[in-house]
Design a protein around this ligand. Structure first.
Ligand code: COA
Length: 719
């Protein structure tokens, strides 16, 4: 809705009211149209201010209404009537003016912003473009280069930057609405035509063709197959070369294509999935999300290796005081230097002082007495972690939470050595922990709702996207990853090269193919995991290792590479060749080709030509298949949680929604049919056998992803 008031002499005030972000729902648009028309008709009114309730101007079009039929007045004529009206209209921007909200403000004749306001056109992040004149008005206001950058990235700008760009006319010092009213009074008699952006000609850009070609090439490179950024460039290009009306027609046409695209649906799904992930209402009825989190003022971090350092940096940046512990002076000093440097670099970039006063580096566990929560980030070794956990119980207060940063170890086994099982949880951070946003919050059999709520809230304060997951080997992310890596390796055995598999995955949208990722993280990581799982041992022939272990197909290729000292980037050789150890550019290695040929000969495998389609299907569908098993086991609360884990922790392309969303988009019946076919061809790969939940969903008529949860019966086991 929109409230209309004439409480300021000749100035009418229109207030958008649609909590929480005053999104432009049908009701709000109706309210605006009616209020603007009333103001324009009322002779006593000589100027208008538009603002939003509760300190937020407008978060844009109502994304929830995108899936239903369009109702209410459309945005374009609504904004046009504001711009064309014969009374000055001032936008009073507090909080955010995003998407349609900013387009509304661009239709106003003036814009006043609160110093804390953020403005932007983020439609591209939802697979769309700003189609209420944004692609045509913004270049006419701030110039083509700046508009191109904002529209193709969807970046939010601060009020200060908006002022510099000319996006707003003034920053208010005090009450923004009052300032806008005062401003409106001062412009009552000014001519309006110069303020109507649709009447302006964009500033001439020398060499425009070259600029647009370069912009197009850049967005194609960056967007990894996402189509919206390309459409954004095309729309702005029209603004630079053709009259406004023609530009609006092109904007509408491009939007028509994007709006119904699978990518837009995937990106909008990802938007809500990300916001819902923290809400984990559990299938067994326990509503942990309504449990009040405990207060966390001071945190202990044990271990200052790569993970520990990243965790400390994230905590301190969130304003949380940290006691950082190492066991040896040399390691403590190295950790201290690294953490301090990271914080100083970050503070330097933001022009603020590094919050070093929040940090205590120490060798002494006794300093942990006052902490509310400890994150243990020592080496991934169960016995070592157990020792640390029992030591922690001796010094921490009885109500302190103890969390382990592990990528897959059994949280219950660790909890069992403590005197506080309900207060033990896992926090699976992803490297580098100060940059990667995902945290899997692992609850064990006895972890209390309060503990999960506290850890989730702490992660959120650290700027992380937290997903609560059950305790099983590998949790959600790594449990699925195992099958993805296995498929990729089987493809090598069958005839592919690492670069062929990676290219297919990168064309699908992954930032890096799986073999490049392997090289980056180190092949020794997987080797350790396989050893711990008992898949490699002294009884295995290292020269002619068997291709079946524990009753299923096993690919020994990664083990053979490790035997050659090819551990990836750090050794200058892995699946690829690097100019030197630590160098980043992966080059195809002829040695790997002959190594693979030799391997296939030795094992009597006749290589075949593999298509990109098969690469994607086997990798993506085996991920989803395990995802279905995870859902059936109750290890994740729903498909959205699985997808958020893959979007934020494993580089799954956002414009493809996530592995579960992708399966839904391919069609569950088609996924089932493909898995059945691949399983027939590879009967010794159990992970290709369609999961019972997938079969059940197909039998139920392939319901939409939002309804899967109601079909998952046995979800309560671990939750
Ligand atoms: N339409 C519908 N709902 C919206 C919305 C929109 N444009 N923008 C935000 N919401 C909802 C969120 O889903 C969330 O709902 P929930 O509380 O039921 O989960 C709520 O508003 C708060 O959003 P959240 O993102 O959790 O709050 P925040 O303070 O961190 O961020 C925004 C606020 C506005 C910056 C952020 O929500 C955002 O970027 N929204 C999208 C803006 C956009 O892309 N607009 C263009 C649409 S084409």
């Amino acid at each position: 809705m929109a409230r209309y008031a004439r409480a300021h002499g000749p100035v009418a005030l229109i207030t958008l009211t649609n909590p929480p972000v005053n999104a432009l729902s049908a009701a709000v648009r109706t309210g605006i149209v009616e209020s603007v028309s009333r103001a324009l008709q009322d002779d006593r009114v000589r100027a208008v201010v538009i603002c939003g309730e509760n300190g937020t101007f407008c978060g844009g079009a109502d994304i929830r209404q995108f899936s239903g039929p369009m109702s209410g007045p459309p945005l374009v004529p609504m904004i046009h009537s504001i711009e064309a009206g014969d009374k000055p209209v001032v936008a009073a921007i507090e909080g955010v003016a995003l998407g349609g909200g900013l387009e509304l403000a661009l239709g106003c004749h003036y814009r006043i912003a609160n110093p804390k306001a953020r403005l932007g056109l983020p439609e591209v992040t939802l697979g769309l473009l700003p189609a209420a004149g944004g692609t045509q008005r913004l270049p006419r206001l701030i110039g083509i280069t700046a508009a191109l950058e904002l529209i193709t990235t969807g970046r939010h700008v601060s009020a200060q930057e908006a002022l510099q760009l000319g996006l707003v006319d003034q920053i208010s010092d005090g009450n923004t609405v009052q300032a806008a009213v005062k401003f409106a009074l001062s412009v009552i008699d000014r001519p309006l035509n110069p303020r109507r952006l649709s009447l302006r000609t964009p500033a001439c850009l020398p060499d425009a063709e070259r600029v647009f070609d370069a912009a197009l090439a850049q967005v194609k490179r960056r967007s990894r197959g996402a189509v919206a950024p390309v459409a954004c460039v095309q729309a702005v290009r029209v603004a630079a070369t053709l009259p406004y009306e023609r530009g609006m027609a092109r904007e509408r046409e491009l939007m028509g294509t994007l709006f119904t695209s699978g990518q837009a649906r995937a990106l909008q799904y990802a938007f809500f999935a990300q916001r819902n992930a923290g809400k984990w209402s559990l299938p067994n009825g326990a509503r942990w999300n309504i449990t009040k989190p405990g207060e966390v003022r001071r945190v202990g971090v044990i271990g200052l290796g790569t993970m520990g350092r990243g965790i400390v940096v994230s905590l301190v940046k969130a304003g949380i005081s940290v006691v950082a512990i190492e066991t040896k002076p040399k390691e403590l000093e190295a950790g201290k230097i690294a953490v301090t440097a990271m914080l100083e670099r970050d503070a330097g970039r933001r022009g603020v002082a590094p919050p070093l006063h929040l940090l205590t580096f120490t060798l002494s566990f006794s300093q942990l007495r006052g902490v509310d929560l400890v994150i243990e980030a020592v080496f991934e070794d169960m016995e070592l972690k157990k020792r640390v956990f029992s030591d922690l119980c001796k010094v921490c207060t009885p109500d302190a939470l103890i969390c382990t940063n592990t990528s897959g170890l059994n949280v219950d086994e660790l909890a069992a050595v403590t005197d506080r099982r309900p207060l033990v949880a896992g926090m699976h951070f992803f490297a580098p922990a100060h940059i990667m946003r995902l945290v899997e919050v692992v609850f064990g059999a006895q972890t209390s709702p309060e503990s999960v709520a506290t850890v989730m809230a702490l992660g959120k304060r650290m700027g992380k996207v937290c997903v609560a997951v059950g305790n099983c080997p590998g949790f959600v992310g790594n449990r699925m990853l195992k099958h993805y890596i296995n498929q990729a390796c089987f493809l090598l055995e069958e005839g592919a090269t690492p670069e062929q598999v990676d290219q297919a995955l990168e064309e699908f949208g992954f930032a890096l193919g799986i073999f490049k990722v392997n090289d980056l993280s180190g092949l020794d990581v997987g080797l350790r995991v396989r050893k711990a799982a008992g898949l490699i041992g002294p009884d295995i022939d290292p020269v002619n290792p068997p291709r079946w272990r524990k009753g299923e197909r096993y690919c020994p290729l990664p083990d053979l590479l490790c035997q050659q000292g090819r551990f990836g980037q750090k050794t200058g050789r892995g699946w690829y060749l690097y100019d030197s150890p630590g160098a980043k550019e992966a080059k195809p290695d002829p040695e790997i080709r002959s190594f693979l040929e030799d391997y296939r000969r030795r094992y009597g495998i006749t290589p075949r030509r593999l298509t990109s389609q098969e690469v994607i299907e086997r990798c993506a569908l085996s991920l989803a298949n395990e995802g279905f098993r995870i859902l059936a086991d109750g290890v994740a609360a729903g498909p959205e949680d699985v997808d958020v884990i893959y979007l934020f922790g494993y580089g799954w392309p956002r414009h493809r929604g996530g592995p579960m969303f992708h399966a839904a988009q391919v069609g569950l019946a088609a996924v089932l049919e493909k898995l059945e076919r691949y399983h027939r061809l590879h009967p010794d790969v159990p992970s290709l056998q369609p999961s019972p939940l997938l079969r059940k969903l197909v039998a139920a008529g392939s319901p939409p992803i939002q309804q899967w949860k109601s079909h998952i019966k046995k979800l309560s086991s671990n939750l």
